[in-house]
Write a protein that binds this ligand. Sequence first.
Ligand code: NAD
Length: 364
Amino acid sequence: MKIAVPKESGAGERRVALVPDAAAKLLAAGFDVAVEEGAGISAGFPDADYAAAGVRLVPREELLPGAGAVARVGRPSAAEVAALEPGTVLVGFLSPLTDPEGIAELSRRGIVAFAMESIPRITRAQAMDALSSQSTVAGYKAVVLAADRLPRLFPLLMTAAGTVAPARVLVLGAGVAGLQAIATARRLGAVVSGFDVRAAVREQVESLGASFLDLGVQGRETEGGYAAELTADEQARQQAALAERIPDYDVVVTTALVPGRPAPKLIPATAVERMRPGSVIVDLAAETGGNCELTRPGAEIEHGGVRIVGLGDLAAQMPYHASQLYSRNVSALLLHLAPHGELALDFDDEITAGACVTRQKVLA
Ligand code: NAD
């Protein structure tokens, strides 16, 4: 089966779905792999690296014809969807919960689409867990960005010219991205606090050397281990408690998400207005509306001297390792769907059935 890897077309997207090493491994496993010319350049993988790994580079017009599977990072453009042959397997972050129209169009076209975000988070599927791999990168990058924007140092320094107090960092949402943000801020020497509505993460936050911020608000956890949305009353209490505590911090990194819902609003404008000038908020939830009321998705703004960074998917801005990890996730899924180089879709399998977002159409 031919696997086609297009150059990503999304705004600000610098990742590539398969890096040379991963593509070479799929070749060795019996697949034919074709990568669009220039697909890896913005991630730090020039065409020469693919060629050296024995991977075929092709111009756009030769990429899709004959492809049994297309591996990409983000959603395909309308033109790409129109160019896919019915029955083609498509793998990528397809936003099934927030782009039902896009999924319906794939379905109408007879595409067999697998959304990386729909892969069940079971032990057997850990190697395919792209939400985790990309959140890990984004959590790291969020703190590095904050450290860059902050006009203060992160670590405690004792020098002949005086003592510098460490920066105080608060991380809201302690899932995969939040825990990585906590670990990164700790490594840079900040004093870190974390908060999550899932009580179970307190121990994880503390094991990273951060303190758990007690806001007196505790949410529920769904069966899949995700947070359930807070009630309006709980949300109002959380906002009020945070407004009290936020002025204590130099940096706030927010990562709170509820699958399929707009990002919970944690930081009202009034709380931002109480922060010291020069403070920084990095809002990892910007793409789904932001955890801060003032976040402008895709932009970096200043409000009363506080910088609010809402730059979208930060994993795309650390594209080398994000692509390397994502490649591993995509390869594991492709090998699951086509164990011997040819498709063998088993919809009784939990991973295959869970990840396929156009299955109704396929069975019809
Ligand atoms: P996520 O990206 O959906 O959300 C990020 C965090 O925001 C979560 O920890 C969530 O509890 C928190 N949150 C939601 N609303 C909030 C609010 N109002 N205030 C504060 N925090 C709020 O989560 P994720 O990082 O994808 O992880 C979700 C769960 O899945 C975790 O329990 C994680 O351990 C688990 N997980 C399991 C596997 C596996 O078993 N293979 C892999 C990865 C993650």
